[in-house]
Structures are given as structure tokens and as C-alpha cells.
Ligand binder design. Structure first.
Ligand code: PLP
Length: 363
């Protein structure tokens, strides 16, 4: 089946097959990859290779650290203020959908949140224009969500690739659902973080890329395990890391490099998004996406049928046609197609063909 689920999401078939073999026996080690000590030479090599490949894939400069940490993007949202905002500091949030709001809720009470801009009054159909943002001079950082997975709103190139200008205040970006989908200039960000379960591998691990000098900030009192500086000093192995997830992410990084890296996924994302938005916009109102075309996500495409009564039969038929994971998030209803890097163009073609056929039968 073609899996359009938002995360956990589809993984490349070749990666799953490799993982299947290594689950039984890792090379000639006589044991499964999940049975290996994280301190042993075999796993150390897996971990180092994963980091090296991610650095190559994303063009991470040497003055940025890469952490592989257990937990998801929400965990990172809670740890960022603890690590980078001093007691009494203000963090600026630009809220462009559900996950930006989630980030706000993870803030420690010792830090003040300023909602510098929010797309909520407009139903999260747009990103508030940069000149309307009320940023705080001297804020600890500005937090954005590069791609809103539920609302389907993404900072597209008109926003400056896609990092908005924030002057001297470092920009922190949740890239959970769009990391590695296009080349980006890491130096425009203080921190980039992503839960793995969309573009990077199975759920359970997240990647945090930090400008090293920021790790010198005092932050909030916190346990060692929540301290990014300590994690870095221990190569993200302060305690037993999620070895399986780390290894799987490494396979996905290698697959992405072999496929042509971020320039190729950028090209494919353009092609896939154009096909699907074209089908929606060309349906004469049978299907609808409400997001401003300038900030439409290429990764997550929510769409609605004109008649809600058709939803269940649309989903049943899709499943029978081998198109799964299309049910929209409960916050929005309707449908959502998540078309991350592992979704082939043919999967989107199959979805478009099904949508057009469904319209013929029910329009
Ligand atoms: N941020 C974004 C953009 C997401 O899409 C998600 C989950 O879908 C999250 C944060 C939360 O991630 P997690 O469930 O890994 O904590």
C-alpha cells in the first residue's frame, strides 16, 4: 500500500528490508542489531556514521553540534527553554498551527512567553507577515514551526529559504515534518530539531542541531539528563540511547544520500505537491484546501470534500485501492495526505487518479 500517514510515516522499502535482515543478525556479529551494546565498537560505528551522514545530508557546519536524543519533538520543546532561556527571560513564539501551540505549552513557568505573531485569528491559513511580528528585543530566542503538520502551513522560499530574519536573536525551528526535504542554510538557525518519525526513521528518537556557542548559556536549573551540554559531552550516550532507532535513522540518512540528497528531495517534493494541489484546485470545488498558496506545505496536504457525508466512503475506497493513512487529524477533520521523502511520485499519482475517479462517481 501507499502510506500517507503523518507520522509514524512510511519508510523506504529498501530500508525496511535491510532492517529486517539486521534484526536477525547484524553482519557477521552473531547477534541482532538490537542486542548490541551501545558501548561496543559495532554500535559506536553505527552512531558515528549516522552523524557523519546527517551532517553531509544537511550540510551541518563544524560549529554546530548534533544530538541524537530519546523522545520526540515535544520533549525538545520542553528542553529548549530549560537549556537556553535564563530565569525571567522571554521567548518569542510565532504560532502558525497546532504544533506551535504545543510548543508554547511546554514552556517552563520561569520563562515568559511572548506570542510575537499568530495565524490563529485567520484559522491558520496563512503566516502573519513578517512586519507584523512583535519581537522582544533581547529575547532568549524566537521559536517557529518550519512546517505545521496538521494545518499544512510551511515557510516557503518567499520567507527567505525558509528562515525569517530575527536580527541578533537566534531562531529556533521545529523541523519535525520537513527536515531534509530541501537544502537549507543551517547557519541561519540557532537550533533545529525534529522528531524522527516523519522524514528520518521510526518514532522514539529526535535530532537536535545546535550552534555550539549557545550551549554555554546558563538556562534553567535542570537534571543532567536534560542538559544538552552534558549530552554532547557524552556523545548523546549519557544513558542507554535508543540504539534501534538511531541505527534505523542512519539507514534512512544513507538512503537519502544515495537518492541524491536534499536537492533531489526538493525536486520530488515540488513535483508531488504540484500534482496533488493541482488535482484539488482543478476539481471545481469537489475538493478544497484553504491554505494561502504562498505557504502551502509540500509535506502535509489537508483537503476537504465538499460533502462531509462522502468522507467515510472516500476513505473506505482509498483503503481498497491501497491508499492508506488519509484520514485528517481530529483537529481539522477531512483528509490529509502526508507526502514525505519516502513517498514516491507514483504514490501521489495513484492518489490523484483515485480522487478523480471518486469525483466522477460521486460528483
Ligand atoms: N512538531 C511537529 C511539527 C509535529 O508534526 C509533531 C508531531 O506530529 C510534533 C511536534 C510532536 O512530536 P512528538 O510526537 O514526537 O513529540
Amino acid at each position: 500500500a501507499y502510506n500517507f500517514a503523518p507520522g509514524p510515516a512510511a519508510l523506504p522499502e529498501s530500508v525496511l528490508k535491510q532492517a529486517q535482515a539486521d534484526m536477525l543478525e547484524w553482519g557477521t556479529a552473531g547477534a541482532s542489531i538490537v542486542e548490541m551494546s551501545h558501548r561496543g565498537p559495532e554500535f559506536m560505528e553505527v552512531a558515528a556514521r549516522a552523524e557523519a551522514d546527517l551532517r553531509t545530508l544537511l550540510g551541518v557546519p563544524a560549529d554546530y553540534a548534533v544530538l541524537f536524543l530519546p523522545g520526540g519533538a515535544t520533549t525538545a520543546q520542553a528542553l529548549l527553554p530549560l537549556n537556553f532561556a535564563a530565569p525571567g527571560a522571554t521567548v518569542d513564539y510565532v504560532v502558525t498551527g497546532h504544533w506551535g501551540k504545543t510548543a508554547l505549552r511546554q514552556l517552563t513557568p520561569a520563562v515568559t512567553a511572548n506570542i510575537a505573531a499568530s495565524g490563529e485569528p485567520d484559522g491558520f491559513r496563512n503566516i502573519p507577515a513578517r512586519d507584523t511580528w512583535r519581537l522582544t528585543p533581547g529575547a532568549a530566542y524566537v521559536h517557529i514551526t518550519a512546517n505545521e503538520t496538521i494545518h499544512g502551513v510551511e515557510y516557503r522560499p518567499a520567507w527567505g529559504e525558509p528562515a525569517p530574519e530575527t536580527g541578533d536573536v537566534p531562531l529556533f525551528a521545529d523541523f519535525s515534518s520537513s527536515i531534509a526535504s530541501e537544502p537549507i542554510d543551517i547557519t541561519r538557525y540557532g537550533v533545529i530539531y525534529a522528531g524522527a518519525q516523519k522524514n528520518l526513521g521510526p518514532v522514539g528518537i529526535s535530532v537536535v542541531i545546535v550552534r555550539r556557542e549557545l550551549l554555554e548559556r546558563t538556562g534553567q536549573p535542570r537534571a543532567d539528563i536534560f542538559n544538552y551540554g552534558s549530552q554532547l559531552a557524552h556523545d548523546s550516550m549519557l544513558n542507554t540511547p535508543p540504539t534501534w532507532n538511531w541505527y534505523m535513522a542512519g539507514l534512512v540518512f544513507r538512503w537519502m544520500l544515495d537518492e541524491g540528497g536534499t536537492p533531489e528531495f526538493d525536486r520530488r517534493s515540488d513535483e508531488k505537491a504540484a500534482l496533488l494541489y493541482g488535482a484539488i484546485d482543478g476539481s471545481g470545488g469537489f475538493y478544497r484546501n484553504d491554505v494561502d498558496p504562498a505557504v502551502r506545505s509540500r509535506m502535509n496536504i489537508p483537503f476537504f470534500l465538499a460533502e462531509d457525508a462522502h468522507n467515510a466512503v472516500f476513505l473506505d475506497g482509498a483503503r481498497e485501492a491501497g491508499l492508506i493513512g488519509l484520514k485528517g487529524h481530529r483537529v481539522l477533520g477531512g483528509m490529509r495526505a502526508s507526502i514525505y521523502n519516502a513517498m514516491p511520485v507514483d504514490g501521489v499519482r495513484a492518489l490523484v487518479a483515485y480522487m478523480q475517479d471518486f469525483q466522477k462517481r460521486h460528483g
